[in-house]
Design a protein around this ligand. Sequence first.
Ligand SMILES: NC(=O)c1ccc[n+]([C@@H]2O[C@H](COP(=O)([O-])OP(=O)(O)OC[C@H]3O[C@@H](n4cnc5c(N)ncnc54)[C@H](O)[C@@H]3O)[C@@H](O)[C@H]2O)c1
Ligand SMILES: CC(C)[C@H](C(=O)O)[C@@H](O)C(=O)O
Ligand SMILES: [Mg+2]
Length: 360
Amino acid sequence: MSKNILVLPGDGIGQEIVTGAVKVLACLRDDFGLDIEMDEALIGGAAYDAAGHPLPQATIDLAKEADAVLLGAVGGPKWEPLDISVRPEKGLLGIRKELGLFANLRPAILYPQLAGASTLKPEVVSGLDIMIVRELTGGIYFGQPRGIRELENGEKEGFNTLVYRESEVDRIVRVAMDIAMKRNKRLCSVDKANVLECTEMWRDVATKVGADYPEVALSHMYVDNAAMQLVRAPKQFDVMVTTNMFGDILSDCASMLTGSIGMLPSASLDEHGKGMYEPIHGSAPDISGKGVANPLATILSVAMMLRYSLNESAMADQVEKAVNSALDQGLRTPDIYSEGTEKVGTEAMGDAVVKALREG
Ligand SMILES: NC(=O)c1ccc[n+]([C@@H]2O[C@H](COP(=O)([O-])OP(=O)(O)OC[C@H]3O[C@@H](n4cnc5c(N)ncnc54)[C@H](O)[C@@H]3O)[C@@H](O)[C@H]2O)c1
Ligand SMILES: CC(C)[C@H](C(=O)O)[C@@H](O)C(=O)O
Ligand SMILES: [Mg+2]
């Protein structure tokens, strides 16, 4: 039976970057026999404009029926004046929660062709391959109480709550441990256990889970040090596991080690392997509409979809090979451009990947 893929382009560069990824999926369907059907729906600011809500019920229903979801990006200055409860970002948080996508895998891999585009010296990043496992449906993003209240003296006070249950920490650390077992058997759990009780508990749970994985070398690091170590000596890390907010920040940081945030894909998975796939970057209002956004993070997210939700790891390898081929040809969107390479736009980069895929 055909697998159903729901495409949610979203806002800003979302539509531009999703186009190349959809072409990749269509090529796999037409030339390689991938049995899929694709459907499209609204999310984010586009959904707010059309339906008055960043996550319409129709989108939730389609996403729940789908075998996998491909998302572009949401948000932008147009919707910034809105109340946070109906902002485009709320649509993204809502769909993650509705689908139970608690495990967010963000691989930071340096393509050797881009060593010169990294912010770090080539010798510090060559061969870089880190998997950041970010908890995605808990923590301060979702904790109650939250809000802005007025104090007796008329001053306003804003508040959010960092909260995790042991079971939530246990399941995300197990995901990270299972990944570590398939890689180099090293896991670093990142917390702020010296200050925040919630992450003191996180560390205890991680240690307990670690006892079930005696082959994995488990280490713990405070998040401030982890941010520093990522830019000092990133290859000390193999798999990292952390909270929702720390993972958000550390993955943007790690992305620059690979040359650009436009290179980092992600998979957000539920308990059963159902997933949503999206680049880690946002709607990039500063370059939206210019046709220059890097589509590779989104195309690499398709590779993750093939691997994690569609059980087509050989096709995933093919897509990654095609990305490599486009880079080998010297093609670069502006964010990864360096002297001696050829600057191309979003569409040309996407088409080059499709061509390389078709030609094997
Ligand atoms: N997953 C998501 O949908 C997501 C993620 C992050 C931010 N956002 C939203 O996006 C909007 C803009 O946020 P921001 O500016 O802080 O972050 P951003 O990730 O959109 O952009 C940060 C910088 O990276 C650049 N960039 C991002 N993606 C790129 C790509 N594919 N190719 C080349 N350059 C790229 C942008 O041009 C910008 O200079 C906000 O509304 C934010 O909430 C959405
Ligand atoms: C847009 C925002 C809600 C989102 C997050 O913070 O999770 C984004 O930054 C991301 O990294 O996917
Ligand atoms: Mg982010």
